[in-house]
Write a protein that binds this ligand. Structure first.
Ligand code: DP6
Length: 332
């Protein structure tokens, strides 16, 4: 056993959103979701189990990260229990994109951690098993185990052992591009986990959100199967705005948008409805707008969104591969 491994995972962008948990202890989502795994944004993580360490040590982008430390240690505890190991680990991790700003860094972060840690302890898990463990750490991380387009649907088992992501289409099967309009680089004030708990307890729209989620997923799956961009655009924007309606009607209200977020949403709609571009928006628990488009429209979408007042940067990505081990010599 090597006791050390390096993994890379990319964030995913949910078109049908996970928001709410049916079991908080097992981290089981209350809603089915569907997402695109990106290519050019990544997390790289080295996990090295070291005899002599008395606690897990986390180095994040070259420094400490006290906020993430307990979640990383909990994830490693589950993997140690599975492997029958008591060794503590040194974890070095780096993102090539802004963290905790609504760009799905916990998805790529926990997917990379689970892949590296299980490999380092010699556990040969298949993608479905990796996805179950990634989901325990962070629901959206289950989906970054897979590339292209995948779903995360509720399984049948009460213990969540079959609640894992499943591949729908490979990264090259339907070339789509995601243009991210970054409107703020501040870390979000309320984490997804905390926001979901509050929405579940207080939003009068939460029950309707959960009731309609599976239908939205079925419509999105049918649109993906037939490569029907207009149908995918329609159900994705609708699902996104329903999630934000739950957020905004939580007590206290959760408003992740800035003025520039709204201006960007309106620009995306005008690009589609007035200029005939193949583009639609989605927004997660943060102020950034992700514009999903066909590759032939990506340049014009990117330059239009760059010109929206308040947009700070544009990031672009095609769809990419799922989480995987990479060379142990990789610099983190
Ligand atoms: C808005 O996966 O970050 O991005 O399971 O509590 O870690 P935890 O939540 P997380 O929530 C993601 C919420 C979302 C929608 C989505 O990715 O489906």
């Amino acid at each position: 056993m090597l006791l050390s491994a390096v993994a890379q995972a990319q964030p995913n962008i949910a078109l049908i959103k996970y928001w709410g948990k049916r079991d908080a202890a097992l981290n089981l989502p209350a809603t089915d979701s569907l997402s695109l795994t990106l290519d050019s944004l990544w997390t790289r993580t080295r996990v090295r189990f070291e005899p002599g360490l008395t606690q897990d040590v986390l180095e994040f982008n070259g420094g400490a990260n006290a906020a993430m430390q307990p979640r990383v240690a909990a994830c490693l505890d589950w993997i140690r229990a599975l492997a029958g190991s008591t060794l503590r680990a040194r974890v070095q991790t780096r993102n090539n994109f802004p963290t905790a700003a609504g760009l799905a860094s916990s998805a790529s972060g926990f997917a990379a951690l689970v892949v590296a840690a299980t490999q380092a302890l010699g556990l040969a898990l298949n993608p479905a098993e990796l996805s179950v463990w990634a989901r325990r750490c962070s629901g959206s991380a289950a989906r970054s185990i897979f590339g292209g387009i995948c779903t995360l649907e509720n399984g049948r088992e009460a213990d969540g052992s079959d609640t894992c992501a499943r591949a729908l289409l490979g990264a090259d099967a339907w070339p789509l591009e995601v243009v991210v309009a970054v409107t703020s680089l501040e870390r979000k004030a309320v984490s997804s986990g905390t926001g979901m708990q509050s929405g579940t307890r207080t939003s009068p729209y939460y029950a309707a959100w959960v009731d309609t989620a599976h239908g939205d997923l079925q419509r999105a799956k049918a649109a993906v199967a037939s490569r029907d961009f207009a149908a995918l655009a329609h159900v994705s924007e609708h699902n996104c705005l329903k999630m934000h309606a739950v957020m905004m009607t939580s007590e206290p209200a959760l408003i992740y948008w800035t003025g520039a977020t709204l201006a960007t949403l309106q620009r995306v709609r005008a690009l589609r409805e007035r200029d005939g571009r193949h583009v639609f928006f989605t927004v997660d628990a943060g102020p950034q707008v992700k514009a999903v488009c066909l590759p032939e429209d990506a340049d014009s979408v990117a330059s239009a969104l760059r010109a929206v007042p308040g947009v700070q940067t544009i990031l672009r990505s095609r769809l990419g591969a799922g989480a995987r081990c990479i060379a142990d010599s990789t610099e983190i």
